[in-house]
Design a protein around this ligand. Structure first.
Ligand SMILES: [Zn+2]
Length: 471
């Protein structure tokens, strides 16, 4: 099956033909670690997680790198606000980011470079740019990239350079040769700055250079491109990706990436938010109320290139949709999976290879669920059927990253330990009453549990329970 992706530079859907056959190298711009991750970070991580999962399902050996920007103006500001040192502060936010992405079942990147640990590569790239005359140093020690030396500058974002308003017009403008030029290296600006001693002078790297340098450091590529796919949020197209491309082009003579992919924005729909989540944009707040698996399911229900209007009304509808998968899983438990249904596999992969059409993929899953339920209604004891359905659900988990929870636990989400102990105690009492043939007592306990919103299911593996509307 041919993978097709929308290349945001070519502005069209194109077949993915990697530099090396059956290998895919991907770099995604990661977070600047000065604060908690928000829903936009989650959306970006999920979009490229779907990309690697799909490529892996197609048999590509995939290497994904995602960086952490751990030196930046905002980080320095936060250090002075909190009194924390650079390492302590950035590591805290990196750990938080990773654990929140784990909760969303985002597979970890194979390479997670940090700017402060890539100074050798950054220094070497800036030196090359200085040597070739594509960069210049001004009197305070700052080093700028000279955009006039790159005839292809603008080819990534297609923006008319003169019309652009995002251009940095910082101080020393008199020494900056062109407003479009950007800082590769910022000279140490005083006591409160964080500086590194390098051959470029005391200072710290600009933001754009780190990605170009890290990509060169970790990937080989060929004579034309360093990596296959460069990804990130749509807001990074200009100036960040334009600048990344220019730096690599001018220091190595080849293009940074063969394909570019950008995910859309996330907006909060204030009108449809409940009191529980308010208008918080932080992922940690959403994760304190909802299962990560549900947030994942909800966030991938919209195609990655479209903007996402986050609201709790749609989130709860997504919960009902995901519940159906767990109802089906309950029906086939505890069957061992056999082989995934070929037609289903092809439909699901077909949707995802079409530029990661996850919204279509979810509707393929919906159809599989309703057809499976129908077949099970007709043949409730068909073991081969149950095994195939179990395999289909496993394939959903592999490709889309949800459906691996234990179904009964899924329907118990959000219950406090205290409540759980009480429920399980009552179930034990009921089982004892049944054993003693005290059916009226057993029924009484069932009613009591029902009032607590707990439904019981007596199965071959014992009594199972779930909490109605646990969210
Ligand atoms: Zn970047």
């Amino acid at each position: 099956m041919q993978m097709k992706i929308y290349d945001s530079v070519k502005k069209e859907k194109v077949p993915f033909i990697p530099i090396k056959e059956k290998e895919a190298t991907i770099y995604v711009c990661g977070p600047t670690v000065y604060d908690d991750a928000h829903l936009g970070h989650a959306r970006s991580a999920l979009s490229f997680d779907l990309l690697t999962r799909t490529l892996r399902a197609l048999g590509y050996r995939t290497t994904m790198a995602k960086n952490f920007t751990d030196i930046d103006d905002k980080i320095i500001k936060k250090m002075s606000q909190t009194g924390m040192d650079l390492r302590e502060l950035t590591q805290m936010y990196i750990d938080k980011y990773l654990s929140e992405m784990d909760a969303l079942n985002v597979q970890r990147a194979d390479i997670e470079p940090k700017a402060t640990e890539s100074l050798d590569a950054i220094e070497s790239m800036i030196s090359k740019l200085l040597e070739s005359g594509c960069a210049y140093k001004i009197s305070n020690g700052d080093i700028y990239f000279d955009t006039s030396k790159d005839s292809s500058y603008g080819s990534i974002s297609h923006l008319n350079r003169d019309e652009n308003e995002n251009i940095s017009r910082v101080c020393h403008a008199d020494e900056k040769r062109d407003p479009k030029d950007f800082a590769l290296w910022k000279a140490c600006s005083g006591e409160n700055d964080v500086c590194f001693n390098t051959s470029l002078g005391e200072g710290r790297p600009g933001w754009h250079i780190e990605c170009s340098a890290m990509i060169e450091k970790h990937f080989e590529g060929d004579e034309k491109y360093t990596i296959d796919i460069h990804g990130g949020g749509a807001d990074l197209l200009f100036p960040h990706h334009e600048n990344e491309a220019a730096q690599t082009r001018c220091s190595t003579g080849h293009e940074i990436a063969k394909y570019w992919m950008h995910n859309g924005f996330v907006q909060i729909d204030g009108e449809k938010m409940s009191k529980s989540l308010g208008n918080s944009f932080f992922l940690k707040d959403a994760l304190s109320i909802y299962p990560g698996e549900l947030l994942r399911f909800y966030l991938i229900s919209v195609h990655y290139r479209n903007d996402f209007n986050f609201n709790e009304v749609d989130l709860l509808s997504a919960k009902k949709r995901l519940d159906k998968l767990y109802r089906l899983k309950m029906r086939v438990m505890p069957t061992k999976a056999s082989c995934v249904n070929k037609e289903f596999k092809n439909s699901l992969l077909g949707a995802m290879t079409d530029d990661l059409n996850s919204s279509k993929a979810l509707s393929v899953v919906d159809t599989m669920i309703s057809e499976s339920n129908e077949k099970l209604d007709n043949e409730p004891k068909n073991k081969a059927l149950k095994k195939e359905i179990a395999a289909n659900i496993e394939f959903v988990d592999t490709l889309l990253g949800f459906g691996s929870s234990e179904p009964y636990e899924w329907f118990q989400y959000g219950i406090s330990n205290e409540e759980r102990v009480k429920i399980e105690q009552l179930i034990e009492e009921r089982n004892l009453a049944k054993k003693e043939k005290n059916y009226s007592k057993a029924d009484e306990i069932r009613d009591e549990l029902s009032k607590m919103g707990v439904s019981l299911m007596d199965t071959a593996e014992g009594t199972k329970w779930e909490k109605r509307d646990s969210i």
